[in-house]
Design a protein around this ligand. Structure first.
Ligand SMILES: [Zn+2]
Ligand SMILES: [Zn+2]
Length: 332
């Protein structure tokens, strides 16, 4: 009989652990992995051993999205047991960002993102070092992954998990849905206690199309609301049952942030003779005055997620300034 065992894997981050899931079955499968560290490997290994199985027998690793806490250990596990690693095609490029041949491109992208945001060069280069060093130390490169596209069904002895593409948190985020039980394994797409900003990515485009993370989040929330979900098993925090309530909360949270950004922009429209707008860094500082170090990067991405929607709606426009793009309210 197929059983699914949650594994609480420790993380050296403010988010103290990730929930991975071991699917005990004739095709033993792991959902998400933790970072590439001895502690994570040990936690996964002993949790699987506690069921009477062995990590070496894993045949599949399904990664809900391309963030290091969810996929950092996948390369090492694949090396140990030859398991096939699955990730959505739109996050596949994240599995190679720390490969030696891609590191300089990764650095260039982050540097450009920070420069556009108005971060001074010296601080930007410190932040790029922080982000890239962190990625390199937490993620083992993967020699091969199998791309998912959504709607695939992973068949187990007596349950099926359907891949639900859930872009937003990252372009290639997926949830896994056990329709018979109404269980949704949601990765970072829907967590009860945490509201992650969408698009902690430097690259707003994917496969040549513009990727508007917050708009994608809203579509994803609509799609997930339509599923008959009885229980959500998130990537962090506890399992919960009130999915629609959680989605309502997220909508309200982002509506509030949108209003905050618009009111900060309003202060410069009404101020006579001052600079006409704000860079993303300046907006982030107004909203999160105590931010520092790597948080600066995440806060800028949070602000950008809203600015790109406001720009697409014609409420805000941006122009290149001396230090990055300058955003202001459109007249009228
Ligand atoms: Zn994530
Ligand atoms: Zn996560």
């Amino acid at each position: 009989m197929t059983t699914i065992h949650p594994i609480k894997v420790p993380l050296p981050f403010p988010v103290k652990w990730i929930n991975c899931f071991y699917v005990r079955d004739s095709v033993p499968t792991l959902i998400d992995t933790g970072i590439h560290s001895d502690d994570c490997l040990q936690a996964v290994r002993s949790a699987i051993a506690a069921t009477g199985d062995a990590l070496e027998d894993l045949r599949r690793v399904i990664v809900t999205h391309g963030h290091v806490d969810h996929m950092g250990l996948a390369g090492e596990i694949a090396r140990i047991c030859g398991a096939e690693v699955f990730i959505h095609a739109w996050d596949e490029s994240k599995t190679t960002v720390v490969d030696p041949e891609h590191v300089s491109e990764t650095r260039r992208k982050y540097a450009l993102f920070l420069q556009e945001a108005g971060v001074p060069d010296a601080t930007a280069s410190e932040l790029v070092d922080l982000v890239v060093t962190r990625l390199e130390s937490l993620c083992r490169p993967m020699s091969h992954v199998t791309a998912l596209h959504g709607d695939e069904v992973f068949r187990f002895d007596d349950l099926d998990l359907t891949v639900v593409h859930a872009p937003g948190h990252t372009p290639g985020s997926v949830c896994l849905f056990d329709a018979r039980r109404g269980h949704l394994y949601s990765g970072d797409s829907l967590i009860e206690e945490l509201t992650f900003s969408p698009a902690t990515d430097t690259d707003g485009t994917d496969n040549g199309r513009v990727y508007q993370s917050l708009t994608e989040c809203r579509h994803t929330w609509n799609r997930l609301s339509e599923l008959n979900v009885r229980k959500v098993f998130p990537g962090h925090g506890r399992a919960y049952s009130n999915l629609r309530e959680r989605i309502q909360h997220l909508r309200a949270f982002h509506e509030h942030r949108r209003c905050e950004i618009l009111s900060v922009l309003e202060t410069r429209r009404s101020a006579q003779g001052s600079q006409s707008g704000f860079t993303r860094l300046e907006l982030a500082r107004r909203l999160f005055p105590t931010m520092k170090e790597i948080e600066v990067y995440y806060r800028i991405t949070a602000v950008r997620a809203h600015l790109e929607v406001l720009e697409a709606e014609g409420l805000v426009s941006s122009t290149p300034g001396d230090s990055g793009l300058v955003y202001s309210l459109c007249r009228g």
